[in-house]
Design a protein. Sequence first.
Length: 378
Amino acid sequence: MDGLHAAGMPGVYGEVRDTGRVWRGACGVADLDTGRPVTPDMRQRVGSITKTFTAVAVMQQVERGRIRLDEPIGGLLPQLVPGERGSGVTVRMLLNHTSGIGDYLPYAFPSLRGLPAGPGASAASLDDNRFRRFLPAELIETGLAAPPVGEPGGPTGVYSNTNYLLLGRLLEQVTGSTAEEYVTRHVIGPAGLRHTGFPAGPRVEGPHSRMYEALYGLIDPPRDYSVYDMSWVGPAASLVSTMADLNLFYGRLLAGGIVGRSSLEQMQRTVPVRALDGSTIEYGLGLHRVDVPGGGTFWGSDGSVWGAGTMSLTRADGRRQMSLAVNLMRWNTPDSAGRPQPHPVDAALTALYRQAMCGGAGARLRAGGGVQATAVVP
């Protein structure tokens, strides 16, 4: 953590667990203006880690027989996804991003098109949408109207937040509650998470860091976006949690304590998925798989929202866990061709992940494991 802070990260904090032992630490500042330090128990916007919670909620409904994984969504959400697309896309395809449905983000945030160095790209959309209240149906309609990114059920998926907003509407259809309400009562509560929840407004309740966004050098100095209306991601990426709660959640999930073993097996059936930064990750039903040669296989997720990045991984045997948070995002600046250039933070963050997962074994993280994915939009 000291190395990451020295490389340019304002603040980093987290928790590592290993066979009953717990380490918590923090380094750096939560507020660049006041010098207020980060602490290990701070709350964090955890971005796409939310997708695991939403996937668990869906799997609970699968266990109750209200949803079938290979059921076409057109029969469940006929008004939202009618016709041929509705009959071709299944619930499973939404969960593992093989639906071929495009992401609404470039249209909800039009000034970000062409990032990291496209002509006309700017941070204007971030500021314009800070207090905007998006309606889920509005975002879903935008994603469905976007050009398809593949054929439904293809061998390789393409990451899309539209998929998880559709799953949120599906949960609402079958449970009579919003996805956020259902996840709170039936996932967060039973898992024993005391510091995890969906934000009631644009502010994070409880102790938290400011969240600094650099947007690939377009915002210099980086701007604080810790106050932000999270309706732009809802059940796809709006959750707030602590690193201790994330370790508790993934530990219980992988031990079969939140959904049954058969559901967990379905969640761990992965396909290659192209992430928003162009890398390929192994993605199941709301779960990433990260293979660490010499360190084992880890399951979990990572996520980012404006200014906040989080990684939470648990080894398959449950004995080693790490959850880490940072408060600066998209720190790389592009070259003249628009390619993000290496930054000292990259190497320092990878070294921290290695230490947290392998205890100093120095294992190399396998390409496509998602380790750099916290540097992209959720």
